[in-house]
Structure formats: structure tokens, C-alpha cells
Write a protein that binds this ligand. Sequence first.
Ligand code: NAP
Length: 259
Amino acid sequence: MFTSIQRRSVIVTGGSKGIGRGIARVFAAAGANVLITARDADGLASAADALAGLAGSVSTLAVDVTDPLDCAAMVRTAVERYGGLDVLCANAGIFPSRRLEDLTASDVDEVLGINLKGTIFSVQAAVEALTASGRGRIVLTSSITGPMTGYPGWSHYGASKAAQLGFMRTAAMELAKRKITVNAVLPGNIKTEGLDGMGQQYLDGMAESVPLGRLGEVADIGNAALFFASDEAAYITGQSLVVDGGQVLPESAAALAEI
Ligand code: NAP
């Protein structure tokens, strides 16, 4: 039995859709107070409606994680509304596909700006409030793409997701004396609005490549984040957890065909 996280204060960046909204649902269902953030205020409002009526509360703030001032305002808001901050889920991210030969400097800047710099700015903004909590937790949403696998069109994205893990390891060391842990969830292919944009053929092909036979649900990632945020995970830091239905396991297409 895990210790209750009721009334803990949680921020989920990119919480208006997809995995972020799924993480917010898992934490709010467990009784936490969750501030969800994203750029689009209308998207946040619909997510808050969809998450109403759970054991914990959900509120919203429009934030662009590429702006350190926005990230500071995000943390201030959570502290004001919920009396502190216990958990930061740095999840906001984008995954536009562009082959290497077509990749522009602005494509690279955009992906690294949101996925990597946005993660760093969110974490920096949260450090003091998480220290005051005495049991601060940071959970990054990375990916199997980059740290473990490659996929044509996602060289810049994969670089950003691997870079998050490089950042995590030193952040975990620097923040250890503040009793803050920093860990990462590495999702495989999870059913989200963002992934839907890849088209049905991509989704079907991906589901066939997963030994457990299905794409992931957002709750699968939320549950992993909840574990890292739990009191029981207090001695785990700088680690990554792959949540992919076994997708990275097969050595070859033949191995997959044999199961
Ligand atoms: P999604 O459905 O497209 O949702 C992305 C979220 O991030 C939205 O809330 C979006 O809201 C927000 N966001 C994007 N840019 C932002 C910015 N500059 N500032 C603040 N918020 C921003 O994507 P998803 O599939 O849930 O992906 C979420 C995370 O999981 C990403 O880090 C992604 O790399 C990772 N991931 C996803 C999968 C998958 O299969 N879906 C697999 C591995 C890893 P706004 O656009 O309104 O800002």
C-alpha cells in the first residue's frame, strides 16, 4: 500500500492534452491538487472540465515553458493556490517530423527550445518551492525515441529527448542535498492527440510492433509518474523507467513474429 498523496501540490506542464492530461488525471484521482499548464487557454479550460469531480482539484494557467518568466509565474501560482509545491511533472513537448535533409535551424531551435530548454526552465523555476516541500519530486517525460531507439524524421526530437536524460543526471546530483529527486518516464507509443496526428497507418504499424499488443494509454504514463512521486520512491533518483509495452525488446522483426 502506498502512502497517500492527498492534497499534495502538483504541476503538470503540457497538461491540457494527451499524456499530460493523463498524468493530471491520475494525480487528481489520488487526491492531489494539480495545476495544469500549456499555451492555449481554451485547451486548458476543456481539460479542466474533463478533469472535474475527481478527489483532488485541478486548476489551470497559460504558460509557455520556453519563457523562464512564465515558468516562474507557474510555480508562484501553484504555491499561492495550494500552499506550496511537492511535485513537478515536466511533460510539455512537441514532436514534429522532418527528415534530416529538410531540417532547418528554426526546426531544431523549436524542438530543443520546448523539449529541452522548457524542461530546464521548468525545473529551475521549481527548485526553491520543491526544497521547501522537504520531499520534492521532479518527473520528466522523455521518450524511448532518442535515448533507446531512432525513427526517421525525428533526429532533432530524439536528440531533445536524450538530452533531457543528460540534464536529469546532473540535476539529480545537484538537487539531492535539497531532498529533491529527479527521474524520467520514457513512454513508447501512447494514444494522444499529438500521436493521432501521425495518421492511422502509423498507429496500426506501431501497435503491431508492441509485444503487449496495443499502444499505451495515458494512464500508463500517469501511473509511472505517480510512482516516482510517491514517498515509497524517495530513494530513487536520476533514473529512467521505460513504459512501452515491451516495444524496445525484440531483437528483430523475426523475433517479434515468433511471439
Ligand atoms: P500532445 O498531445 O501534443 O500534448 C502536448 C502538450 O504540451 C499540450 O498540452 C501542449 O499544449 C503542450 N505544449 C506544447 N508546447 C508547449 C510550450 N511551449 N509551453 C507549454 N506547453 C506546451 O503530446 P503528447 O503525446 O501528450 O506528448 C507529451 C509528452 O510526451 C511530450 O514531451 C512528448 O515528447 C512525450 N512523448 C509522447 C509520446 C506519445 O506516444 N504520445 C511518446 C513518447 C514521449 P499547447 O500546445 O496549448 O501549449
